[in-house]
Design a protein around this ligand. Structure first.
Ligand code: HEM
Length: 171
């Protein structure tokens, strides 16, 4: 387990901001896959894309900050394998929080759509028409990384709960 008390206030604020954003976008994304195509869906996808780009930027800032600050050391009394596993899950989650918006942006580009954040253009329309093969690849990656990320989040929460329970037994 990791000694998270060592992390700075900014690190912890970024952690909770990105965590809340990822959780909301995962839920929203799953909901979107059940909505039928039409004007309403297009509007909802725009909202998803806008928040997705913002959370993606925060995730990049978070990785930069984490690289500067380093990773937490093992908690006293925890096994080495627990610390190694927790660290690997953490690194995979950091990578997935960036891979998620990148694959989302690629899904949009290959669908011949621009990317905007609440109306502010970020990436113009780059293709004249949808490239079905590349779009299939990008959207499969987007959905696949979403499943991976959800599993990593579950493992991360499981580890944190296990640690809390252990500390309570010791107290
Ligand atoms: C952390 C960021 C993001 C998360 C967690 C996320 C999550 C999801 C999930 C779970 C889905 C449903 C997957 C499926 O069943 O196919 C989805 C769909 C989608 N996402 Fe994201 N997404 C993120 C960022 C983005 C970004 C930045 C864009 C584009 C700029 C984007 C564009 C899309 C599109 C176009 C769909 C397909 C909607 C549909 O037609 O059903 N996403 N997203």
């Amino acid at each position: 387990m990791l000694d998270v008390a060592r992390y700075s206030r900014l690190s912890r604020a970024l952690h909770w901001l990105v965590a809340l954003g990822i959780f909301s976008l995962l839920t929203f994304g799953v909901y979107l896959s059940f909505v039928e195509s039409g004007t309403d869906k297009t509007r909802l996808v725009q909202v998803h894309k806008s928040f997705g780009v913002i959370i993606g930027l925060l995730a990049v800032i978070r990785i930069g900050w984490r690289t500067r600050e380093g990773f937490a050391s093992p908690l006293e009394g925890s096994h080495l394998w627990e610390w190694q596993l927790a660290r690997r899950v953490q690194i995979a989650m950091l990578a997935a929080t960036v891979a998620m918006p990148v694959s989302g942006i690629l899904t949009s580009i290959t669908y011949a759509r621009p990317v905007a954040v609440f109306g502010v253009p970020v990436i113009p329309k780059l293709l004249d028409e949808k490239n079905a093969t590349l779009n299939d690849l990008a959207s499969t990656a987007h959905a696949g990384i979403a499943i991976l990320l959800a599993c990593l989040v579950a493992a991360h929460i499981g580890g944190a709960l296990k640690h809390k329970l252990r500390m309570r037994h010791r107290a």
